[in-house]
Ligand binder design. Sequence first.
Ligand SMILES: [Zn+2]
Ligand SMILES: [Zn+2]
Length: 128
Amino acid sequence: MGTVIRLKCDNGDYDKAFSIGSGMRYIPKAEIPEYLDDKQKFEFERFLTPDSVINQRQSLCFCKRCNEYGTMKVFDVKNTKIKHFTADSECGHKAYNFKLFGNPLEKDDITCPVCGRKLHISNVGSWD
Ligand SMILES: [Zn+2]
Ligand SMILES: [Zn+2]
């Protein structure tokens, strides 16, 4: 189950909600996500072994190019140890433009892209 978080600025210039997290579902290795481009699929396959299982989740991210928060698909590949594979974001910019936030509710460095104040982060719902 995922959560919906709200990022709100006291200044009144920023108030948005984002769906993050994932289910407990692990995707079998054969199901390499279709929305990856060829280069990403190649990178993805490099991480995999025959007994790999992959968990996909949405993570809060900040795009330095857009100066805006968003969500990005992150893959946890479980072999002997967990590795992460980050897919490009919805805005189309490449992963190196982004800062990823593991658990936004535990972070205090999430600031308003408009005025720079610290944003209030609250859990406002959940999704399957
Ligand atoms: Zn962007
Ligand atoms: Zn602000």
